[in-house]
Design a protein around this ligand. Structure first.
Ligand code: FMN
Length: 202
């Protein structure tokens, strides 16, 4: 019964070789993301996750904002390396932006102070679960994607995202997923020992 699911999660990979095309319609991508948001778990069903899908010009604008903020103060090889990396993301078809609504998390912490310390970790868990659901679903549709954290390195970039797309400031950026039709398969991946990582105890 779990075979199809296990095959699906093995198919999900980081792919940087993505194009500005999508063989999947915008409506289908929207529907997939909504379905993933609907069914992803959250602590006490607090439903803290928020998502924005940017396509076309809006996607290009996002990576322009990222370049403007991230390249400041960089020089030489480091600047060229970051520039090339950002060009790759900008050259994708679209970007999915993941957020967690801090207002909901703060509300839950106030209502359940005994769990207040855990809510930030649980919020990080929730967004990760949603990200992997979306990433896997896009891969099953034949799209390539990767997971980026440029927001973590630049408050200016995040502030400009909120301004440009009129998002509530309580939406905390957790990741950005550029995606598009793949130009090449993902790179080889190595795996550590399962004996060390998983123990069956009975
Ligand atoms: C929490 C988390 C953060 C990550 N952040 C980045 C990132 O900022 N940039 C990036 O290119 N990949 C990022 N990745 C992708 C990992 O590098 C990638 O998943 C890992 O190398 C395994 O490869 P796979 O995705 O093909 O299975 C992240 C993955 C996770 C789970």
């Amino acid at each position: 019964m779990s075979d199809a699911y296990l095959k699906a999660i093995a198919t999900r990979r980081t792919n940087y070789a993505i194009t500005a095309k999508s063989s999947v319609s915008d409506e289908k991508i929207h529907a997939i993301v909504k379905e993933c948001v609907l069914h992803s778990p959250s602590p006490f069903n607090t439903q803290t996750s928020r998502v924005v899908i940017l396509i076309g010009e809006q996607h290009t604008k996002l990576w322009k904002l990222c370049s403007e903020a991230s390249l400041k103060g960089l020089e030489g090889e480091r600047k060229t390396m970051v520039e090339n990396r950002l060009k790759g993301f900008s050259g994708a078809y679209g970007s999915i932006l993941f957020f967690e609504d801090q207002a909901v998390i703060d509300g839950s912490s106030a209502k359940m102070p005994m769990f207040a310390k855990q809510f930030p970790t649980w919020s990080a868990n929730s967004t990760g679960m949603l990200q992997v659901a979306v990433w896997t679903a896009l891969t099953l549709e034949g799209l390539g994607a990767s997971l980026q954290h440029n927001g973590a390195f630049s408050d200016e970039f995040v502030a400009n995202i909120h301004k440009e797309y009129s998002l509530p400031t309580t939406w905390v950026s957790t990741a950005i997923m550029p995606f598009g039709d793949p130009a090449a398969p993902p790179a080889e991946k190595t795996f550590g020992s399962m004996e060390e990582r998983v123990k069956l105890i009975k």
